[in-house]
Design a protein around this ligand. Sequence first.
Ligand SMILES: Nc1ncnc2c1ncn2[C@@H]1O[C@H](COP(=O)(O)OP(=O)(O)O)[C@@H](O)[C@H]1O
Ligand SMILES: [Mg+2]
Length: 271
Amino acid sequence: MLALEALTKSFGDKKAVDNIGFVVERPMMIGVIGRSGAGKSTLLRMLNCLSDATSGSIRFEGQEITSLRGPQRRNWQSRCAMIFQQFNLVPRMDVVSNVLHGTLNRRSTLATMFNLYPQSDIHKAIEILDRLGIAEQAAKRAEALSGGQQQRVAIARALMQDPQIILADEPIASLDPMNAQIVMEALRRIHEEDGRMVIANLHTLDTARRYCDRVIGMRDGRMVFDGTPEQLTTGVARDIYGAGADFSETATSTEIETLDRPSVREAEAYV
Ligand SMILES: Nc1ncnc2c1ncn2[C@@H]1O[C@H](COP(=O)(O)OP(=O)(O)O)[C@@H](O)[C@H]1O
Ligand SMILES: [Mg+2]
C-alpha cells in the first residue's frame, strides 16, 4: 500500500535522505531508528509533503504522492497526520478546541475564523479524548496539562482527521518513562484497533523493539536495516548507531539513549 523508491532529499551537497526504498504491504507499526542527523525527520516530512523530495518516489495505494499539489496535496496531508516531539498544540486554547483543529482542512475560512464547529465534530472530539483517557481534561487549557496528556491531545487532534497513516516524529522524546509508555501504548492501540499505519521515529532501540512490528534503521541518510525487532541484533544496532556505541547485552537503554539526547546533539553541532 505504501512504496518508497530511491527517495532522496539533498540540502546543498548533503544528502539528508539517500536512496531510501521500502514497501509496506499492510498497515503496520513501523519504528524508524538512528542517531540524531540520520535523516529520520526528513524522511517523515517527505512522506507528509512538508518537504519536497529531491528525487525518487512515494506511492500510496497506487497514487504518486511526490507530485501532488494544491488541494490534492492538502488532502494527502490530512490522510497522513503528523505528531511531533513538542506536541505543537495552541497552549492557551482549551483541549477540545485544539482537537477540533484537526478538522481545519475541511472547514471554510469563515467557520474557522468564528470558531464554529458542527455539534457532531464536538461529540467526535470528546469521544476521541475519552478513548485516550483524557476526556475530563477537555475544558482545560492545553498548557495546563502534563506532557504525556498534551501528547495524547495531539494524537486526538490527529485522529480527528481520520488518517490512514499516523506519522510520529520522536513522540516520546520529551516524556518521562511512564508517560512515554502511555503514549506508545495509545499509538499501538490505534494501530491495532483501527488498522491505521503508524510510522514513528524513535530514539531508543528498546521502544522500537517493544512496540513495533518492523524496524527501519537509518545512518547518514541511508537505510542500513529493515526487519523485525527479533532481527535487530547487537551487531545490527552497532551498524545503525556506529561503532562507538555500547550494545552489549548489559547496556541499558539509558546508555543508548544518550546518543540522541539534546545535549549530545548540541555538542555535535560544535565538532
Ligand atoms: N532544512 C534543512 N536545511 C539543511 N540541512 C538540513 C535541513 N533539515 C535537515 N538537515 C540536515 O539533514 C540531516 C538529517 O536531518 P534530520 O532529518 O533532522 O535527522 P534526524 O531526524 O534523524 O535527527 C542532518 O545532517 C541535518 O543537519
Ligand atoms: Mg529528527
